[in-house]
Design a protein around this ligand. Structure first.
Ligand code: NAP
Ligand code: 3JN
Length: 340
């Protein structure tokens, strides 16, 4: 089997570390690997398949001789460095928002739009975590009943805000448990422990946040349907891992909960957990470290007499399907389609 020269950019971060684990656990055919981060990480090492590797400082020629680079070092780093990697012939799978809405750049969830991957498209964007798990669940329903409108509220884990987000919830929870003064909020706008914050990213147009608008715009692009209307409310919750979403949809054709369960049960990467008699439904703690998007609480929208309204609950590990796993699955698809 062909093997590939791989680079992980932002390897020391919350997403980068999961990317390394995904390459290992999914046995991606790696011929050689290199880890890149900022000057702050110079001298650090990371382990891959039991062997230690140095973390090098990212430079513009870091893509030379590399087949695939998985980027998760933020949008400004991607903007500055990724085009050089692509110009050197490397496929860049970028986790940031830098290129997602660029018409020339594919935005891919492999179960939804693998055909957007092309040989001459060296830069590929990985969608926002909240969008990925939602479109994974929407696509099979859309294929059958054509979704016209989506209203979603998210419950997003602190790991979506990186290592600093994780540390802030840990430190505040520890201080509370030890009866100490609550450390001041720094990564988040307010105390996150024992609280909910209805703001993720900065406010943008029409009083929506950028995170909410990412869900609206990226969903249309990935599903290849500009007519789908999406309104999102994104909320940070004191959960370490896995984003949850309460999703409401309106479809063109009638879609019963039974039919939706049947469609979702057959869909790749989805598991339906919906057994209310036994109190079985997806929750963040159950989704952690799982390479699956879970869907439950599937029911008819009782406020819509037409039978064309459905509501359900979607949970997935934001660092896996929401980031590292989807990126590695894109790399796997490039191999499968003989693009790389
Ligand atoms: P993080 O834990 O803060 O890690 C950031 C990583 O980027 C670290 O490895 C850091 O290296 C590296 N980095 C920062 N500045 C750099 C520079 N100038 N040159 C090279 N490397 C640099 O953040 P994270 O949660 O892993 O997220 C990283 C990025 O991934 C985010 O900014 C976002 O764009 C993207 N992301 C996407 C999703 C998604 O929805 N798909 C979810 C989360 C994050 P040092 O350790 O050396 O500082
Ligand atoms: O907060 C979350 O749960 C997801 C965060 C994603 C994120 C964080 C910092 C920068 C992104 C993203 O993927 O959209 C970005 C960004 O690249 O803009």
């Amino acid at each position: 089997m062909k093997q590939f020269k791989v680079a992980v950019v932002g390897a020391t971060g919350a997403v980068g570390r999961e990317m390394i684990k995904m390459l290992e656990s999914r046995k991606f055919p790696v011929e050689s690997i290199k880890f890149l981060a900022s000057e702050r990480s110079a001298g650090k090492t990371l382990t891959f398949n039991g062997k230690e590797y140095p973390v090098d400082v990212l430079t513009k020629d870091g893509g030379k001789g590399v087949d695939i680079a998985l980027y998760s070092a933020g949008a400004s780093v991607s903007k500055e460095f990724a085009p050089y990697f692509a110009a050197d012939g490397c496929f860049v799978i970028d986790n940031s928002s830098a290129w997602r809405m660029d018409k020339e750049i594919p935005l891919v969830v492999p179960e939804v739009n693998p055909d957007d991957l092309k040989k001459d498209k060296k830069l590929i964007a990985n969608p926002n975590c909240s969008t990925i798990q939602m479109v994974a669940a929407l696509k099979p329903l859309h294929n059958y009943a054509k979704i016209e409108r989506v209203i979603v509220s998210t419950y997003q884990a602190v790991s979506g805000a990186g290592q600093k987000g994780i540390s802030e919830l840990e430190e505040q929870s520890k201080a509370w448990a030890e009866g100490k003064n609550m450390p001041a909020a720094s990564k988040f706008q307010y105390q996150i422990a024992f609280n909910l914050i209805p703001q993720i990213d900065v406010f943008a147009d029409d009083d929506y946040t950028k995170e909410e608008l990412k869900m609206t715009n990226e969903t249309k692009k990935i599903m290849g349907d500009d007519s789908i209307l999406v309104s999102a409310t994104c909320v940070r919750v004191p959960v370490f891992r896995s984003h949850s979403e309460s999703v409401w949809i309106e479809t063109q054709k009638e879609l019963t909960p039974q039919k939706a369960k049947e469609l979702l049960s057959k869909a790749e990467g989805i598991e339906v957990i919906d057994d209310i008699a036994n109190k079985k439904y997806p929750m963040p703690l159950c989704a952690q470290d799982k390479q699956i998007t879970f869907v439950g609480r599937i029911r008819k929208d009782i406020s819509n007499p037409t039978g064309k309204g459905l509501t359900f609950w979607v949970v997935s590990d934001n660092l896996l399907k929401g980031a590292a796993l989807n990126a590695v699955q894109i790399a796997e698809k490039l191999v499968e389609l003989q693009i790389v």
